[in-house]
Ligand binder design. Structure first.
Ligand code: SF4
Ligand code: SF4
Length: 197
């Protein structure tokens, strides 16, 4: 009896000592059709003919090229109830192609956000940084332009585009500000489903 109890406690200890993996970010590998993966057009909750989501309200228009944090891969169909269960804002509804290939943190089949978090919080996180270009996760951030040009003929000067800084909570509890994406010396970003077209 005592032996059973101590192995139960040991199991809990081992469970608590496990580092957090990328499932915490809801990373998903793609399924066919990969070019539509993670979009409403391949989501179980989508009503394609009505341009609605079964989770939102009846007046909330939803388009095939959008996505949200409640995506479930499946067959869209119009014969489902519109439940008004959550608002688009609460679900993180975004317009745009939300796969890794279009994410600010994606670089050569690697997720630089995961890489950054591993580096900064190695005691807590062990995130697999190898991602599929057609995969996705809740840390997706729309790719930023590094530089913007003013229209030709107005002035010859090029404007620098400074991406917004994002906050990330360190193991100490302190929030540090970093530019999103790009690990190592150039910093990284915090998780969150944001952006849009
Ligand atoms: S809004 Fe979200 S849950 Fe609704 S159809 Fe699109 S991806 Fe699915
Ligand atoms: S943060 Fe971006 S690149 Fe990294 S797994 Fe999520 S979607 Fe892919």
């Amino acid at each position: 009896m005592m032996k059973g109890f101590s192995s139960f406690i040991q199991n809990i200890d081992e469970e608590q000592q496990k580092k957090i993996d990328r499932s915490a970010f809801l990373y998903l590998d793609p399924v066919e059709p990969e070019n539509e993966f993670a979009q409403c057009s391949t989501c179980y909750h989508f009503l394609p003919g009505k341009q609605r989501c079964s989770l939102f309200g009846k007046n909330d228009k939803v388009i095939a090229d959008a996505s949200c944090g409640l995506y479930i891969n499946g067959e869209p169909r119009d014969d489902q109830e519109i439940t008004n269960w959550i608002t688009p804002k609460q679900a993180g509804y975004v317009l745009g192609q939300v796969r890794c290939e279009n994410c600010h943190h994606y670089e050569d089949s690697k997720c630089m956000l995961f890489d950054y978090i591993n580096e900064k919080m190695s005691d807590t996180f062990d995130l697999d940084v190898n991602v599929d270009s057609k995969g996705c996760c809740n840390g997706w951030q729309k790719k930023q332009m590094n530089e913007m040009s003013v229209p030709a003929g107005t002035t010859g000067k090029r404007k620098q585009w400074n991406p917004p800084m994002v906050g990330i909570r360190m193991a100490s509890g302190k929030i540090e500000k970093h530019p999103p994406g790009k690990s190592g010396s150039s910093g990284g970003g915090g998780a969150g489903n944001g952006g849009g077209d």
